[in-house]
Design a protein around this ligand. Structure first.
Ligand code: GDP
Ligand code: MG
Length: 163
Protein backbone atom coordinates (compact mmCIF):
# COMPACT_ATOMS: atom_id res chain seq x y z
CA UNK A 1 0.00 0.00 0.00
CA UNK A 2 1.03 3.60 -0.54
CA UNK A 3 2.89 5.66 2.05
CA UNK A 4 0.63 7.95 4.08
CA UNK A 5 1.43 11.61 4.81
CA UNK A 6 -0.69 13.40 7.45
CA UNK A 7 -0.96 17.18 7.70
CA UNK A 8 -1.19 18.19 11.36
CA UNK A 9 -1.17 21.46 13.30
CA UNK A 10 -3.27 23.90 15.27
CA UNK A 11 -6.22 25.67 13.58
CA UNK A 12 -5.67 28.36 10.97
CA UNK A 13 -2.01 27.70 10.11
CA UNK A 14 -2.95 26.76 6.53
CA UNK A 15 -3.21 22.97 6.63
CA UNK A 16 -6.18 22.79 4.27
CA UNK A 17 -4.64 25.34 1.89
CA UNK A 18 -1.52 23.15 1.73
CA UNK A 19 -3.62 20.01 1.34
CA UNK A 20 -5.57 21.52 -1.55
CA UNK A 21 -2.35 22.58 -3.25
CA UNK A 22 -0.86 19.07 -2.98
CA UNK A 23 -4.02 17.04 -3.50
CA UNK A 24 -4.65 15.17 -6.68
CA UNK A 25 -7.81 13.13 -6.81
CA UNK A 26 -9.82 13.45 -3.59
CA UNK A 27 -10.72 9.93 -2.54
CA UNK A 28 -12.86 10.14 0.57
CA UNK A 29 -14.11 12.11 3.51
CA UNK A 30 -14.11 10.07 6.68
CA UNK A 31 -16.74 10.98 9.23
CA UNK A 32 -16.84 8.96 12.40
CA UNK A 33 -19.74 11.00 13.82
CA UNK A 34 -22.66 12.40 11.82
CA UNK A 35 -22.93 16.19 11.73
CA UNK A 36 -19.25 16.90 12.21
CA UNK A 37 -17.53 18.04 9.04
CA UNK A 38 -13.99 18.62 10.30
CA UNK A 39 -12.82 15.06 9.85
CA UNK A 40 -9.97 13.38 8.08
CA UNK A 41 -9.92 14.05 4.36
CA UNK A 42 -7.90 11.72 2.14
CA UNK A 43 -6.38 12.37 -1.23
CA UNK A 44 -3.87 10.75 -3.54
CA UNK A 45 -0.86 12.77 -4.58
CA UNK A 46 2.62 12.18 -6.01
CA UNK A 47 6.07 13.70 -6.04
CA UNK A 48 8.76 12.82 -8.58
CA UNK A 49 6.77 9.77 -9.65
CA UNK A 50 6.32 8.54 -6.07
CA UNK A 51 2.62 8.28 -5.24
CA UNK A 52 1.37 8.68 -1.67
CA UNK A 53 -1.82 9.25 0.29
CA UNK A 54 -2.36 12.59 1.96
CA UNK A 55 -4.57 13.22 5.00
CA UNK A 56 -5.89 16.63 6.06
CA UNK A 57 -7.05 16.94 9.65
CA UNK A 58 -8.99 19.51 11.66
CA UNK A 59 -6.75 21.76 13.73
CA UNK A 60 -5.55 20.51 17.09
CA UNK A 61 -6.53 22.57 20.09
CA UNK A 62 -5.45 21.96 23.64
CA UNK A 63 -6.80 23.19 26.93
CA UNK A 64 -10.39 23.20 25.76
CA UNK A 65 -12.52 20.24 26.71
CA UNK A 66 -15.63 20.57 24.60
CA UNK A 67 -16.75 17.69 22.44
CA UNK A 68 -15.83 19.11 19.05
CA UNK A 69 -12.27 19.88 20.14
CA UNK A 70 -11.93 16.38 21.58
CA UNK A 71 -13.28 14.95 18.35
CA UNK A 72 -10.84 16.95 16.24
CA UNK A 73 -7.97 15.87 18.45
CA UNK A 74 -9.08 12.24 18.12
CA UNK A 75 -9.15 12.56 14.33
CA UNK A 76 -5.63 13.97 14.36
CA UNK A 77 -4.44 11.12 16.59
CA UNK A 78 -5.91 8.58 14.15
CA UNK A 79 -4.22 10.34 11.25
CA UNK A 80 -0.88 10.37 13.09
CA UNK A 81 -1.24 6.65 13.83
CA UNK A 82 -1.89 5.93 10.17
CA UNK A 83 0.88 8.19 8.90
CA UNK A 84 4.33 7.18 7.70
CA UNK A 85 5.41 10.83 7.66
CA UNK A 86 3.82 13.85 9.35
CA UNK A 87 3.77 17.36 7.93
CA UNK A 88 3.65 19.54 11.03
CA UNK A 89 2.41 22.95 9.89
CA UNK A 90 3.04 26.16 11.87
CA UNK A 91 2.47 29.83 11.03
CA UNK A 92 5.64 31.75 10.18
CA UNK A 93 3.94 35.08 10.81
CA UNK A 94 2.78 34.26 14.32
CA UNK A 95 5.86 32.41 15.50
CA UNK A 96 5.84 29.53 17.99
CA UNK A 97 2.68 29.40 20.14
CA UNK A 98 1.86 27.35 23.25
CA UNK A 99 -0.43 25.17 21.14
CA UNK A 100 2.39 24.52 18.65
CA UNK A 101 4.49 23.33 21.59
CA UNK A 102 1.69 21.00 22.73
CA UNK A 103 1.35 19.57 19.22
CA UNK A 104 5.14 19.16 19.05
CA UNK A 105 5.13 17.13 22.28
CA UNK A 106 2.41 14.89 20.91
CA UNK A 107 4.37 14.37 17.68
CA UNK A 108 7.63 13.61 19.53
CA UNK A 109 5.73 10.96 21.52
CA UNK A 110 4.48 9.37 18.27
CA UNK A 111 8.08 8.61 17.19
CA UNK A 112 7.01 9.18 13.57
CA UNK A 113 9.19 11.12 11.13
CA UNK A 114 8.11 14.78 11.16
CA UNK A 115 8.76 17.45 8.54
CA UNK A 116 8.30 20.87 10.15
CA UNK A 117 6.61 23.23 7.69
CA UNK A 118 6.63 26.96 8.39
CA UNK A 119 3.74 28.24 6.31
CA UNK A 120 2.74 31.76 5.24
CA UNK A 121 6.33 32.64 4.27
CA UNK A 122 5.02 34.60 1.30
CA UNK A 123 8.07 36.86 1.06
CA UNK A 124 11.66 35.68 0.95
CA UNK A 125 12.72 38.52 3.29
CA UNK A 126 10.99 36.76 6.15
CA UNK A 127 13.26 33.72 6.10
CA UNK A 128 15.16 34.71 9.23
CA UNK A 129 11.86 34.01 10.99
CA UNK A 130 12.53 30.28 10.51
CA UNK A 131 15.14 30.13 13.27
CA UNK A 132 12.83 30.27 16.27
CA UNK A 133 11.08 27.13 15.06
CA UNK A 134 14.18 25.02 15.73
CA UNK A 135 13.16 25.05 19.36
CA UNK A 136 10.26 22.71 18.58
CA UNK A 137 12.95 20.03 18.36
CA UNK A 138 12.64 18.73 14.81
CA UNK A 139 14.99 18.81 11.83
CA UNK A 140 15.47 21.93 9.75
CA UNK A 141 12.19 23.87 9.41
CA UNK A 142 11.13 24.37 5.79
CA UNK A 143 9.55 27.68 4.83
CA UNK A 144 6.64 27.51 2.39
CA UNK A 145 3.81 29.63 1.12
CA UNK A 146 0.80 27.41 0.55
CA UNK A 147 -0.88 30.41 -0.98
CA UNK A 148 1.79 30.92 -3.68
CA UNK A 149 3.18 27.37 -3.79
CA UNK A 150 6.76 28.38 -3.01
CA UNK A 151 8.93 26.00 -0.99
CA UNK A 152 6.66 23.00 -1.40
CA UNK A 153 9.19 21.23 -3.65
CA UNK A 154 11.87 21.27 -0.93
CA UNK A 155 9.19 20.18 1.55
CA UNK A 156 8.16 17.19 -0.58
CA UNK A 157 11.82 16.23 -1.14
CA UNK A 158 12.12 16.03 2.66
CA UNK A 159 8.91 13.96 2.90
CA UNK A 160 9.81 11.31 0.32
CA UNK A 161 13.24 10.85 1.92
CA UNK A 162 11.38 9.19 4.81
CA UNK A 163 9.44 6.67 2.63
P1 GDP B 1 -6.24 25.33 8.59
O1 GDP B 1 -7.22 25.71 9.64
O2 GDP B 1 -4.91 25.01 9.21
O3 GDP B 1 -6.71 24.27 7.67
O4 GDP B 1 -5.97 26.67 7.73
P2 GDP B 1 -6.58 27.10 6.32
O5 GDP B 1 -5.95 26.36 5.20
O6 GDP B 1 -8.06 27.06 6.42
O7 GDP B 1 -6.05 28.61 6.23
C1 GDP B 1 -6.29 29.56 7.25
C2 GDP B 1 -6.11 30.95 6.67
O8 GDP B 1 -4.73 31.15 6.35
C3 GDP B 1 -6.88 31.18 5.38
O9 GDP B 1 -7.36 32.49 5.39
C4 GDP B 1 -5.82 30.99 4.30
O10 GDP B 1 -6.09 31.70 3.12
C5 GDP B 1 -4.60 31.55 4.99
N1 GDP B 1 -3.35 30.97 4.44
C6 GDP B 1 -3.07 29.67 4.23
N2 GDP B 1 -1.84 29.52 3.70
C7 GDP B 1 -1.33 30.76 3.55
C8 GDP B 1 -0.08 31.27 3.06
O11 GDP B 1 0.83 30.56 2.63
N3 GDP B 1 0.08 32.64 3.11
C9 GDP B 1 -0.88 33.46 3.59
N4 GDP B 1 -0.62 34.76 3.59
N5 GDP B 1 -2.07 33.02 4.04
C10 GDP B 1 -2.29 31.68 4.03
MG1 MG C 1 -8.40 23.03 7.73
Amino acid sequence: SLPVVAIVGRPNVGKSTLFNRLAGERISIVEDKPGITRDRIYSKSEWNGQPFHLIDTGGLEFGKQDEVVEHIRHQAELAIEEADVILFVVDGREGVTATDEEVARMLHRSNKPVVLVVNKMDHIKHHEDLYEFYRLGFDEPIGVSSLHGTGTGDMLDAVVRHF
